[in-house]
Unconditional design. Structure first.
Length: 295
């Protein structure tokens, strides 16, 4: 599959109702907040994890769509798969490199071809066990920023009870146990991303098929990730800017400034997506850039 030939920038909006979109383990799993403004935050790592999970679900290990960063899979075992493909013993890799200098590039390309998330987001593929397993370092063509809520959010701590008791000793003296859940009554979040055709061509081979899968994963980001902790979450808008060349026709921040989300007139406390409107100033779209609304 040939690498993409056009640069893309994209922005998407998603909301949460009575849930925790991204808990902070350093704050008792409270929803992440900007302490100065009260705006909610969702990390890039959280978004990329859900994209990986979606690809893993729909592709089910199909060739070329493996996932490198995954649960219950040590990275050194995945790195070793490239060495095994070329019949290399990691203990003698230094000698192999002296005899075949291009082996580093072959190993890196093998990992890009095998794993979708390396081809997309890049990876540092070096682990140290008895010998160094080094599959290189890849800068991915797709980069995703932190999500941020359109308005400040107000986290709430909800006390819950359960009738199942943990231990026999506790069972003798109490009938219920207490717990807590952290939720946001409602929040609309915005995340921005970038796709570099230049890096796709020169490094990972990220293709048009990969791009379509990426956007499909974003549209369905929460459809296979529902849980009581996250509440009702859905992607409401995916807006994609396509440049007509590899390096782009306009700075990404100027394109993102064309997209605005605001509360409808008269709405004081937003409690649904219907309380907002998304506006795009298409009249200011630069020459050589087209726009698509994919949701």
């Amino acid at each position: 599959m040939a690498a993409i030939q056009n640069r893309y920038d994209f922005v998407f909006f998603y909301d949460v109702e009575n849930g925790n979109p991204n808990g902070d383990p350093d704050a008792g799993n409270m929803p992440r907040l900007d302490p100065e403004t009260g705006h909610g935050i969702v990390t890039d790592v959280c978004i990329k994890r859900k994209i990986r999970n979606y690809v893993e679900t729909v592709k089910e290990g199909a060739p070329g769509y493996g996932i490198y960063i995954q649960e219950n899979a040590p990275l050194n075992a995945l790195d070793r798969s490239a060495y095994e493909h070329y019949g290399i013993d990691e203990k003698t890799i230094k000698d192999v490199k002296k005899q075949t200098p291009e082996i580093d590039l072959k190993i890196r390309d093998f990992m890009c071809q095998k794993f979708f998330d390396i081809r997309t987001f890049g990876a540092v593929m070096t682990t140290f066990v008895k010998a160094a397993l080094n599959c290189g370092q890849v800068r991915g063509p797709v980069q995703i920023g932190f999500g941020r809520s359109v308005d400040p959010v107000v986290p709430q701590e909800v006390t819950i009870t359960r009738v199942a008791i943990t231990t026999e000793a506790d069972f003798e003296r109490k009938g219920t146990e207490m717990g807590r859940k952290h939720i946001i009554p409602y929040g609309l979040y915005r995340t921005e991303g970038y796709v570099s055709a230049n890096l796709a061509r020169k490094t990972t081979g990220f293709s048009q098929e990969d791009l379509a899968l990426l956007f499909d994963a974003i549209v369905n980001l929460f459809e296979h990730d529902h849980s009581a902790a996250r509440g009702k979450m859905a992607v409401r808008e995916l807006i994609v800017f396509k440049h007509d060349c590899e390096l782009g026709n306009a700075p990404a921040h100027k394109l993102f400034d064309l997209v605005m989300a605001k509360r409808k007139e008269g709405v004081v406390n937003a409690r649904s997506y219907g309380d907002y409107e998304i506006e795009i100033d298409e009249a200011k779209l630069p020459q050589g850039v087209s726009l698509s609304r994919m949701v």
